[in-house]
Design a protein around this ligand. Structure first.
Ligand code: ADE
Length: 284
C-alpha cells in the first residue's frame, strides 16, 4: 500500500493536532494511509531563549524567521529521509488548487506528464528558475540541502514525489515548513521544492495552509472517503467542472422540495440532470 508521510515543522504544533486528529484525517492515520509527524521549530531556536526570528536588514516592520533554525529543522528531518520534498506555504507560491492536490496525492489523470517531468524537477520549476536568475541566493546553490541520497538508494525525481500512481508500495514524504511572523529570510527558499500559496490574501502563518494541504491531499487517497466515487464526482475533480447540487431526506423541508427527477428512480434521467446542472453551475 502507498503511504504519504507529512512532517509539519511549526512553532505551533499544538494548533495543528486537534484538526488532524479528527474525523477522516484521524481515520487515515489510524489506517496507515498517511502518517503525520510534528517538529517544533522552537527546538532549533538560537541561544538560551531559543530565538527563531530577527529584524529585517534594510529596516521595516516586524520580525523575520531566521535561516539557522529553519535549515537546522529541515536538515534534521532530511537526514533521516533525504528524498523528502519540502513544501513552504507562502503568499508568493504557486496557487494551490484541486489539480495540484491530485498531483501531490499521486492520483490518476492529472499527474505530471512524462514531458513535464523531463523538463523540470518540480511544479515550481518556474519559481526556482526565477529565483536562481535573481540575486538573493548564490546561483550555484544546490536545489536541496546538498545531502546526497544514501549510496544505492533510488533517486527520487519530481514524478516519484508527486505521482505514485504506478507503484502500489511507494512511500512519499512531504515536509511542510510553516513560517510565522512577518515573513522569512529569503535564503530559506533554497531548501524549498514547492512554494505554495493558498490564495491572494496574507495569513499570520503557514499552519492553516498546512492543514488545508494535508486535508485536500489525504481525502483523495484510496480508502479515505466512504464512497468509491466520492472524490471523482465532486467539484473540480476533472480540474474544472463544479459538482451538481445534492439532496438528502426529507424530500420537502419548509416548502423547499427536492427536484422531482431525483425521486424518480430513473438512473439515466438522473445522470442527465446532474450533468446538465454541473454544466450550468460551471458556466455561471
Ligand atoms: N502564509 C501567509 N499567507 C499565506 C497564503 N495566502 N498562502 C500560503 N501561505 C501563507
Amino acid at each position: 500500500m502507498s503511504k504519504i508521510k507529512f512532517t509539519i515543522i511549526s512553532l505551533f504544533p499544538e494548533a495543528l493536532k486537534p484538526y488532524l486528529d479528527s474525523s477522516m484525517l484521524y481515520k487515515a492515520q489510524k489506517e496507515g494511509i498517511i502518517e503525520v509527524e510534528y517538529v517544533n521549530l522552537r527546538d532549533f531556536g538560537l541561544g538560551a531563549h531559543k530565538s527563531v526570528d530577527d529584524t529585517p536588514y534594510g529596516g521595516g516592520d516586524g520580525m523575520l524567521l531566521r535561516c539557522e533554525p529553519a535549515y537546522a529543522a529541515i536538515e534534521s528531518v532530511k537526514s533521516g529521509s533525504p528524498q523528502a520534498k519540502v513544501i513552504l506555504p507562502t503568499p508568493v507560491g504557486e496557487i494551490w488548487d484541486q489539480n495540484l492536490a491530485r498531483r501531490f496525492a499521486g492520483v490518476e489523470d492529472n499527474s505530471f506528464s512524462e514531458s513535464e517531468v523531463a523538463a523540470k524537477e518540480s511544479p515550481c520549476f518556474s519559481w526556482r528558475r526565477r529565483l536562481k536568475g535573481e540575486d538573493i541566493i548564490p546561483l550555484d546553490a544546490p536545489a536541496t540541502n546538498g545531502e546526497q541520497p544514501e549510496q544505492g538508494a533510488p533517486v527520487m525525481t519530481g514524478r516519484d514525489a508527486v505521482s505514485c500512481k504506478k507503484s502500489k508500495n511507494r512511500s512519499v514524504h512531504y515536509i511542510i515548513f510553516c513560517p510565522h511572523y512577518e515573513g522569512y529570510d529569503e535564503r530559506i527558499m533554497n531548501l524549498v521544492d514547492y512554494p505554495i500559496s493558498l490564495g491572494q490574501y496574507v495569513l499570520t502563518g503557514g499552519e492553516l495552509p498546512a492543514l488545508i494541504i494535508v486535508d485536500s491531499i489525504t481525502r483523495l487517497l484510496p480508502g479515505v472517503l466512504g464512497g468509491e466515487t466520492s472524490a471523482q464526482i465532486e467539484s473540480f475533480s476533472d480540474g474544472s467542472n463544479l459538482e451538481y447540487p445534492q439532496y438528502t431526506k426529507p424530500a420537502e423541508f419548509r416548502g423547499m422540495a427536492v427536484p422531482e427527477v431525483l425521486l424518480s428512480g430513473h438512473h439515466a434521467k438522473i445522470a442527465e440532470w446532474r450533468e446538465e446542472q454541473s454544466r450550468l453551475r460551471s458556466q455561471r
